[in-house]
Write a protein that binds this ligand. Structure first.
Ligand SMILES: [Zn+2]
Length: 265
């Protein structure tokens, strides 16, 4: 009897120690190749938390009932807290689209910034973000056009990191696209709708893509002023690609809308 119990315990122990694998039940054999490695994210999505302090955000981002997380949280003081292994799929983008990818969570690193959505981002916090982006770029092939905001990938649902986020500063370091005015005139027949899709926006809702584009690239202009230049700007962004084109300083002034952290799995 004792031997039976021991065998049972040994079998349970061996099965607990056995590596787990995910795959199709249709496979007839499991012959493991050593030639593989972790999946490689190729996007970064920037968020703000909507909270007044990092501790509140950490409670939310680690609460199983909230079903929301990010790989990193950066405090107002520049402290970087990692919450999810980079090999794992954090739940930060939710229903989303960028440049043909409909599962942004699977393709991206999510970075939350401790910010309530109504205040400027402190330089110390942005410096830490730039350092983290530089570190990520040493390990992953992340194109400048693939550093985006939650508002860019979740059209009509999200507004973070909002109009106060310094996209121009990021672009000057090679993260995200940017063009400064005056923009060269777009050629005749230039399609803004097609341009936004080429930049990465979801073509399913052109009006929502246009609003997200304005929030990101023209946050300090009202609707009429934005409409007057948006085609030229989109043309400039596509023409420049990853090349930063500094000229005039554009400081976003508009007040952001509030967003709430919700389920984003
Ligand atoms: Zn977000």
């Amino acid at each position: 009897m004792t031997r039976i119990v021991l065998c049972f315990l040994l079998a349970a122990l061996l099965s607990a120690c056995a590596p787990t694998r995910r795959g199709s039940a249709l496979a007839d054999d499991w012959i493991e190749s050593p030639n593989h490695g972790p999946r490689r994210p190729h996007m970064v999505v920037v968020h703000y938390t909507t909270n007044n302090d990092a501790e509140t955000a950490i409670r939310t981002l680690t609460n199983p009932a909230r079903e929301v997380s990010a790989h990193y949280l950066i405090g107002r003081d520049g402290r970087i807290v990692q919450l999810v292994d980079e090999d794992r799929r954090a739940w930060h983008a939710g229903a989303s689209y960028w440049s043909g990818h409909r599962d942004v969570n699977s393709a991206s690193i999510g970075i939350e910034l401790d910010n309530n959505g109504r205040e400027p981002f402190p330089p110390t916090q942005i410096d830490a973000l730039l350092a983290l982006l530089a570190d990520l770029r040493t390990r992953y092939d992340i194109a400048a056009s693939h550093v985006v905001g939650h508002s860019d990938v979740a059209l009509g649902r999200k507004v973070d990191p909002g109009p106060l986020f310094p996209w121009r500063t990021l672009a000057s370091h090679g993260y995200g696209l940017w063009c400064d005015p005056p923009y060269p005139t777009a050629p005749p027949g230039f399609s803004l709708e097609a341009a936004l899709q080429a930049i990465g926006y979801d073509p399913a809702d052109p009006d929502a893509a246009r609003r997200a584009f304005r929030l990101h690239f023209l946050p300090d202009r009202d609707v009429l002023a934005a409409a007057a230049v948006e085609a030229d700007l989109a043309h400039c962004l596509i023409r420049n690609g990853t090349r930063f084109a500094p000229a005039l300083d554009a400081s976003p002034q508009a007040a952001p809308e509030r967003e709430q952290i919700g389920r984003t799995r």
